[in-house]
Design a protein around this ligand. Structure first.
Ligand code: ATP
Ligand code: MG
Length: 230
Protein backbone atom coordinates (compact mmCIF):
# COMPACT_ATOMS: atom_id res chain seq x y z
CA UNK A 1 0.00 0.00 0.00
CA UNK A 2 2.76 2.42 1.03
CA UNK A 3 6.37 2.32 -0.06
CA UNK A 4 8.91 4.67 1.43
CA UNK A 5 12.17 4.93 -0.50
CA UNK A 6 15.28 6.34 1.09
CA UNK A 7 13.33 8.73 3.32
CA UNK A 8 15.36 11.34 5.17
CA UNK A 9 14.09 13.90 7.62
CA UNK A 10 16.25 16.75 8.77
CA UNK A 11 14.90 19.19 11.33
CA UNK A 12 16.88 22.31 10.69
CA UNK A 13 16.80 24.65 13.67
CA UNK A 14 19.63 26.84 12.42
CA UNK A 15 22.59 26.03 14.63
CA UNK A 16 21.09 22.72 15.66
CA UNK A 17 20.22 20.19 13.00
CA UNK A 18 18.54 16.90 13.83
CA UNK A 19 18.84 14.07 11.37
CA UNK A 20 15.68 12.31 12.59
CA UNK A 21 15.39 9.77 9.75
CA UNK A 22 18.38 8.55 7.78
CA UNK A 23 17.40 6.71 4.62
CA UNK A 24 14.38 4.67 5.62
CA UNK A 25 13.19 2.03 3.14
CA UNK A 26 9.89 0.48 4.15
CA UNK A 27 6.81 -1.08 2.61
CA UNK A 28 3.49 -1.32 4.42
CA UNK A 29 1.27 -3.96 2.85
CA UNK A 30 -2.50 -4.08 2.85
CA UNK A 31 -3.67 -6.08 5.87
CA UNK A 32 -0.46 -5.51 7.85
CA UNK A 33 -0.56 -5.09 11.60
CA UNK A 34 2.80 -3.52 12.36
CA UNK A 35 4.21 -2.33 15.63
CA UNK A 36 6.97 0.25 15.48
CA UNK A 37 9.31 0.19 18.43
CA UNK A 38 12.56 1.83 19.45
CA UNK A 39 14.11 4.15 22.02
CA UNK A 40 12.79 7.62 22.77
CA UNK A 41 14.00 10.08 20.15
CA UNK A 42 14.78 7.37 17.59
CA UNK A 43 12.38 8.81 15.00
CA UNK A 44 9.20 6.76 15.43
CA UNK A 45 6.77 9.69 15.54
CA UNK A 46 8.61 11.42 12.71
CA UNK A 47 8.19 8.26 10.64
CA UNK A 48 4.49 8.02 11.53
CA UNK A 49 3.95 11.65 10.56
CA UNK A 50 5.60 11.07 7.21
CA UNK A 51 3.69 7.82 6.63
CA UNK A 52 0.43 9.65 7.33
CA UNK A 53 1.48 12.64 5.20
CA UNK A 54 1.13 14.92 8.20
CA UNK A 55 4.70 15.94 7.43
CA UNK A 56 6.93 15.75 4.35
CA UNK A 57 10.38 14.17 4.14
CA UNK A 58 13.48 16.28 3.43
CA UNK A 59 14.31 13.81 0.68
CA UNK A 60 13.18 10.44 -0.57
CA UNK A 61 10.12 9.09 -2.29
CA UNK A 62 6.61 8.23 -1.09
CA UNK A 63 4.57 5.80 -3.16
CA UNK A 64 0.90 5.18 -2.42
CA UNK A 65 -0.30 2.14 -4.37
CA UNK A 66 2.68 2.57 -6.72
CA UNK A 67 1.73 6.16 -7.38
CA UNK A 68 4.41 8.68 -6.47
CA UNK A 69 2.76 11.33 -4.30
CA UNK A 70 5.98 12.90 -2.98
CA UNK A 71 5.62 16.15 -4.87
CA UNK A 72 1.85 16.63 -4.87
CA UNK A 73 0.51 20.00 -3.67
CA UNK A 74 -0.66 20.26 -0.04
CA UNK A 75 -4.32 20.40 -0.94
CA UNK A 76 -4.13 17.14 -2.83
CA UNK A 77 -2.14 15.54 0.01
CA UNK A 78 -4.80 16.63 2.50
CA UNK A 79 -7.48 14.99 0.36
CA UNK A 80 -5.49 11.75 0.20
CA UNK A 81 -4.86 11.86 3.95
CA UNK A 82 -8.53 12.31 4.77
CA UNK A 83 -9.61 9.57 2.40
CA UNK A 84 -7.03 6.89 3.20
CA UNK A 85 -5.73 7.41 6.73
CA UNK A 86 -7.09 7.48 10.25
CA UNK A 87 -4.98 8.79 13.14
CA UNK A 88 -4.90 7.97 16.82
CA UNK A 89 -2.53 9.87 19.11
CA UNK A 90 -1.31 9.32 22.64
CA UNK A 91 -3.04 12.48 23.86
CA UNK A 92 -6.38 11.74 22.13
CA UNK A 93 -6.39 15.15 20.34
CA UNK A 94 -10.15 15.60 20.50
CA UNK A 95 -11.65 19.06 20.03
CA UNK A 96 -12.50 20.08 23.60
CA UNK A 97 -15.51 22.22 22.69
CA UNK A 98 -17.15 19.49 20.60
CA UNK A 99 -19.19 16.55 21.91
CA UNK A 100 -18.14 12.96 21.25
CA UNK A 101 -20.66 12.82 18.41
CA UNK A 102 -19.45 16.10 16.85
CA UNK A 103 -15.80 15.01 17.10
CA UNK A 104 -16.56 11.85 15.14
CA UNK A 105 -18.71 13.75 12.62
CA UNK A 106 -15.89 16.17 11.83
CA UNK A 107 -13.81 14.18 9.30
CA UNK A 108 -17.02 13.21 7.51
CA UNK A 109 -17.69 16.91 7.05
CA UNK A 110 -14.29 17.37 5.41
CA UNK A 111 -15.23 14.53 3.07
CA UNK A 112 -18.43 16.35 2.06
CA UNK A 113 -20.95 13.94 3.64
CA UNK A 114 -24.39 15.48 4.36
CA UNK A 115 -25.38 16.34 7.94
CA UNK A 116 -27.91 13.53 8.33
CA UNK A 117 -25.52 10.90 7.05
CA UNK A 118 -22.67 12.28 9.17
CA UNK A 119 -24.74 11.99 12.28
CA UNK A 120 -25.97 8.48 11.51
CA UNK A 121 -22.46 7.24 10.69
CA UNK A 122 -20.94 8.87 13.80
CA UNK A 123 -23.59 7.25 16.01
CA UNK A 124 -22.90 3.89 14.45
CA UNK A 125 -19.15 4.27 15.07
CA UNK A 126 -19.58 5.37 18.69
CA UNK A 127 -21.85 2.40 19.14
CA UNK A 128 -19.12 0.14 17.77
CA UNK A 129 -16.61 1.35 20.37
CA UNK A 130 -19.16 0.98 23.17
CA UNK A 131 -19.95 4.67 23.68
CA UNK A 132 -23.61 4.81 22.67
CA UNK A 133 -24.33 6.34 26.11
CA UNK A 134 -21.71 9.11 25.79
CA UNK A 135 -22.63 10.78 22.47
CA UNK A 136 -23.31 14.22 23.96
CA UNK A 137 -20.37 14.24 26.38
CA UNK A 138 -17.56 16.72 25.97
CA UNK A 139 -14.03 15.23 26.14
CA UNK A 140 -13.47 16.68 29.65
CA UNK A 141 -16.51 14.74 30.87
CA UNK A 142 -15.08 11.43 29.72
CA UNK A 143 -12.41 9.10 31.10
CA UNK A 144 -9.13 8.69 29.20
CA UNK A 145 -10.18 5.31 27.84
CA UNK A 146 -13.50 6.75 26.66
CA UNK A 147 -11.78 9.71 25.00
CA UNK A 148 -9.44 7.37 23.19
CA UNK A 149 -12.38 5.29 22.00
CA UNK A 150 -13.93 8.47 20.60
CA UNK A 151 -10.62 9.08 18.83
CA UNK A 152 -10.73 5.55 17.42
CA UNK A 153 -14.29 6.11 16.17
CA UNK A 154 -13.17 9.39 14.60
CA UNK A 155 -10.20 7.69 12.94
CA UNK A 156 -12.62 5.19 11.40
CA UNK A 157 -15.09 7.76 10.09
CA UNK A 158 -14.01 7.71 6.46
CA UNK A 159 -13.31 3.96 6.30
CA UNK A 160 -9.53 4.39 6.18
CA UNK A 161 -7.25 1.86 4.54
CA UNK A 162 -4.61 2.50 7.17
CA UNK A 163 -4.80 3.45 10.83
CA UNK A 164 -1.71 5.17 12.18
CA UNK A 165 -1.54 5.07 15.95
CA UNK A 166 1.24 6.77 17.91
CA UNK A 167 1.36 5.25 21.40
CA UNK A 168 -2.44 5.01 21.51
CA UNK A 169 -2.43 3.48 24.97
CA UNK A 170 0.45 5.55 26.39
CA UNK A 171 -1.83 7.68 28.58
CA UNK A 172 -4.12 4.88 29.69
CA UNK A 173 -4.06 2.39 32.56
CA UNK A 174 -3.27 -1.10 31.27
CA UNK A 175 -6.83 -2.48 31.34
CA UNK A 176 -8.11 0.49 29.31
CA UNK A 177 -5.12 0.10 27.03
CA UNK A 178 -6.11 -3.50 26.36
CA UNK A 179 -9.58 -2.35 25.32
CA UNK A 180 -8.05 -0.10 22.67
CA UNK A 181 -5.72 -2.88 21.51
CA UNK A 182 -8.67 -5.28 21.25
CA UNK A 183 -10.56 -2.78 19.09
CA UNK A 184 -7.53 -2.25 16.84
CA UNK A 185 -7.05 -5.99 16.44
CA UNK A 186 -10.68 -6.52 15.57
CA UNK A 187 -10.36 -3.83 12.92
CA UNK A 188 -7.27 -5.53 11.51
CA UNK A 189 -9.15 -8.85 11.33
CA UNK A 190 -11.77 -6.98 9.30
CA UNK A 191 -9.14 -5.82 6.83
CA UNK A 192 -7.94 -2.46 8.17
CA UNK A 193 -4.17 -2.05 8.01
CA UNK A 194 -2.63 -0.92 11.31
CA UNK A 195 0.71 0.73 12.04
CA UNK A 196 1.22 1.44 15.72
CA UNK A 197 4.06 2.94 17.70
CA UNK A 198 4.34 1.43 21.15
CA UNK A 199 6.79 1.38 24.03
CA UNK A 200 5.20 -1.69 25.51
CA UNK A 201 6.93 -4.97 24.56
CA UNK A 202 3.71 -6.85 25.41
CA UNK A 203 1.72 -4.78 22.97
CA UNK A 204 4.45 -4.86 20.37
CA UNK A 205 4.40 -8.65 20.42
CA UNK A 206 0.69 -8.70 19.62
CA UNK A 207 1.41 -7.30 16.15
CA UNK A 208 1.99 -9.47 13.09
CA UNK A 209 5.12 -7.59 12.17
CA UNK A 210 7.60 -5.72 14.37
CA UNK A 211 9.77 -2.89 13.14
CA UNK A 212 12.58 -1.48 15.24
CA UNK A 213 13.90 2.02 14.70
CA UNK A 214 17.22 3.09 16.17
CA UNK A 215 18.75 6.50 15.75
CA UNK A 216 16.79 7.27 12.59
CA UNK A 217 17.60 3.94 10.96
CA UNK A 218 15.46 0.89 10.37
CA UNK A 219 17.21 -1.54 12.67
CA UNK A 220 15.04 -4.62 12.14
CA UNK A 221 11.80 -5.65 10.48
CA UNK A 222 10.54 -9.07 11.51
CA UNK A 223 7.54 -11.22 10.77
CA UNK A 224 5.91 -12.06 14.10
CA UNK A 225 4.06 -15.09 12.75
CA UNK A 226 0.64 -13.54 12.86
CA UNK A 227 1.00 -12.05 16.30
CA UNK A 228 1.20 -13.79 19.68
CA UNK A 229 -2.09 -12.48 20.98
CA UNK A 230 -5.24 -14.39 21.91
N1 ATP B 1 9.66 19.51 15.15
C1 ATP B 1 10.90 19.14 15.47
N2 ATP B 1 11.93 20.00 15.37
C2 ATP B 1 13.18 19.64 15.68
N3 ATP B 1 13.52 18.41 16.11
C3 ATP B 1 12.56 17.49 16.22
C4 ATP B 1 11.19 17.81 15.91
N4 ATP B 1 10.44 16.71 16.12
C5 ATP B 1 11.30 15.74 16.54
N5 ATP B 1 12.57 16.22 16.59
C6 ATP B 1 13.77 15.44 16.97
O1 ATP B 1 13.86 14.34 16.09
C7 ATP B 1 14.23 13.15 16.79
C8 ATP B 1 13.16 12.10 16.58
O2 ATP B 1 11.97 12.52 17.25
P1 ATP B 1 10.65 11.64 17.29
O3 ATP B 1 9.59 12.45 17.90
O4 ATP B 1 10.39 11.08 15.94
O5 ATP B 1 11.11 10.45 18.27
P2 ATP B 1 10.28 9.23 18.86
O6 ATP B 1 10.99 7.99 18.47
O7 ATP B 1 8.85 9.34 18.48
O8 ATP B 1 10.48 9.43 20.44
P3 ATP B 1 9.44 9.15 21.65
O9 ATP B 1 9.49 7.66 21.87
O10 ATP B 1 10.06 9.88 22.78
O11 ATP B 1 8.09 9.65 21.27
C9 ATP B 1 14.43 13.57 18.23
O12 ATP B 1 15.81 13.76 18.42
C10 ATP B 1 13.68 14.87 18.37
O13 ATP B 1 14.29 15.70 19.31
MG1 MG C 1 7.10 9.69 19.58
Amino acid sequence: MITLKNINKLYDLGEVKVNALKGINLTINRGDYVSIMGPSGSGKSTLMHIMGILDTPSSGQYLLEDYDITALPDKELARIRNKHFGFIFQSFNLFPELSALENVMLPLGYAGVTYGKRKARAKELLDEVGLEHRMQHLPTMMSGGEQQRVAVARALANDPDLILADEPTGNLPSDRGHEIMDILEKLNKNGVTIAMVTHSPDQGLRAKRIINIKDGLLHSDVDNKGGKSV
